[in-house]
Design a protein around this ligand. Structure first.
Ligand SMILES: Nc1ncnc2c1ncn2[C@@H]1O[C@H](COP(=O)(O)OP(=O)(O)OP(=O)(O)O)[C@@H](O)[C@H]1O
Ligand SMILES: [Mg+2]
Length: 498
């Protein structure tokens, strides 16, 4: 093995990144490119899978060039990706037959309601760990097959293929049609125990098996890339949140992290135990290393956190960069009684309400844009509080410290608000890009660059810590108010919507 670095691609909701890591898990280079978000109608969110592929093929050489490295310096490539986002393409032309439908898209609400009409929202929970909502891929595939002419025929013949972003990229890079267990666990088509596609689910979602990729381990050499990355072993794929759990070195049962990006996702490693949630969390696959059994996780998914900051910037124009929200929020002492509940895609964990839409509650003539900015940051903290309460109830333990990471954790005020509103210390590691790091770890392990997961623990170092400063009484009073604001979002979508 001549190379000394591992590359990882983080194909996110907003952008694609390539990061290079050395043997000690230190970041040596990064290149990033945003892609367009297409909003054809309220509630619809699409992306162009070919644009994303182009960005991925550009950021890898860009990252190499920045560090003055060559392809031969890399031992492997790992892929972490936005989960659930659905691509369907024609095998022969290699072109998507429809735009990628984002995980945030709510167009499948009718399909989902129809499915839930027989057996309820938790009809498939025992098998998949998931409630029936618009979030997961299965219903999105059904929608595409029902709306693109000839698609269903092609899917039945296996000439029209499905993939999440990992599958789309690996297919383009290596020619193999594969996915990993973590991504497959978010389609609502896989049985969490057998780790295989399930006929009952396929029939219910009307998805032909012939269009589905083979399910593999998350850390496993899938094949070598062709040009322009010729010869580079593609050796890992994980959903971004599972990658972050791995990158935070939460390898053992009981370890948890929360990643703050477009949305935020709290994952707790439950080891070989499949814990069925009774408090609105998801049960999902954490990781599978080739030749080993899978580890499972409990997940609290929050759809909108950083995206609310972007909304303030791009749609309201109250700030000109994401970082400016901290400055604006610091102009006031508190949110002045304002609560923003960003139910843009309905509410995810622990509520799972597709009929919810966003509200700003508590407005008075006293409210300034500073209060609004502060309420936006607090929304992230309160939503985290809700999923931590659910996690504590499901797991029967109490989270004593929160390991946080992701782009939003650059915001020191937000980190303090988190500690204050949760009432527990919050820590951030030196490498806050844990999604990329986790994919790199999984790829490096697959090719023997690192001997085992235990050797990676030594790479984790605390960069900063925030301690709770708010008195518990104020905290609980404000949390009750937050819950009241959440109640105001419910039952908004009804038959009067066009
Ligand atoms: N200083 C800041 N304060 C608050 N929010 C911030 C700050 N800096 C970035 N953000 C938010 O964090 C998000 C970017 O974080 P990150 O790069 O981890 O997300 P992402 O990985 O691009 O998301 P995705 O994987 O969904 O594409 C954006 O939504 C942005 O609004
Ligand atoms: Mg990300």
């Amino acid at each position: 093995m001549t190379g000394a670095y591992v590359a990882s691609i983080d194909q996110g909701s907003a952008s694609s990144r390539c990061m290079l890591f050395d043997r000690r898990g230190r970041l040596v280079s990064v290149a990033q490119k945003e892609h367009r978000q297409l909003f054809p109608r309220p509630g619809w969110v699409e992306q162009d899978a070919e644009e994303i592929l182009g960005n991925v093929l550009q950021v890898v050489p860009d990252a190499l060039e920045k560090a003055e490295l060559k392809l031969a310096d890399l031992v492997a490539l790992g892929i972490a990706n936005q989960r659930e986002t659905t691509v369907v393409w024609d095998r022969d032309s290699g072109r998507p037959i429809y735009n990628a439908i984002s995980w945030q898209d709510t167009r499948t609400d009718k399909i989902v309601n129809r499915l839930a009409a027989e057996g309820g929202k938790d009809r498939f929970r025992a098998k998949t760990g998931l409630p029936l909502t618009t979030y997961f891929s299965g219903p999105k595939i059904q929608w595409i097959l029902d709306h693109v002419e000839g698609a269903r025929d092609g899917a039945e013949r296996g000439t029209v293929l499905f993939g999440t972003m990992d599958t789309w990229l690996i297919w383009k890079l290596t020619g193999r049609h594969v996915t990993d267990v973590t991504n497959a666990s978010r389609t609502m088509l896989m049985d969490l125990r057998s780790l295989d596609w399930d006929d009952e689910l396929l029939e219910a979602m009307k998805v032909p098996r012939a269009m589905l990729p083979e399910i593999h381990a998350s850390s496993e050499p899938y094949g070598e890339a062709g040009a322009p990355l010729r010869g580079l072993p593609v050796a890992a794929a994980l959903g971004d949140q599972q990658a972050a759990l791995f990158g935070q070195t939460c390898f053992a049962a009981g370890e948890a992290k929360c990643t703050y990006g477009t949305g935020s996702f709290l994952l707790l490693n439950t080891g070989d135990r499949l814990v069925e949630s009774t408090h609105g969390l998801l049960t999902t696959v954490g990781c599978r290393i080739a030749g080993e059994p899978p580890t499972y996780a409990l997940e609290g998914s929050i759809a909108v956190t950083g995206a609310l900051v972007q909304w303030l910037r791009d749609k309201l124009g109250l700030i000109s960069s994401a970082a400016e929200i901290e400055t604006l929020a610091r102009t006031v002492e508190d949110s002045g009684g304002v609560y923003v509940v960003p139910a843009f895609s309905g509410l995810f964990a622990p509520h799972w309400r597709s009929d919810a839409r966003g509200v700003i509650a508590g407005l008075t003539g006293y409210t300034t844009k500073g209060h609004l900015a502060r309420a936006v940051l607090e929304a992230t903290a309160w939503q985290t509080r809700e999923v931590i309460d659910a996690m504590n109830s499901d797991a029967g333990t109490v989270l004593r410290v929160l390991k946080a990471d992701g782009g939003m954790t650059a915001d020191n005020l937000m980190m303090q608000l988190l500690a204050d509103n949760l009432g527990v210390p919050v820590v951030r590691p030196i490498v806050a890009e844990t999604v990329s790091l986790g994919a790199a770890y999984a790829a490096g392990l697959a090719v023997g660059f690192w001997p085992n997961v235990e050797s990676l623990r030594a790479n984790w170092h605390k960069a900063a810590e925030w301690l709770p400063r708010l008195d518990p009484e104020t905290r609980e009073r404000r949390f009750r108010k937050w819950k009241k604001a959440v109640a105001r979002t419910l039952e908004w979508v009804d038959d009067d919507d066009e």
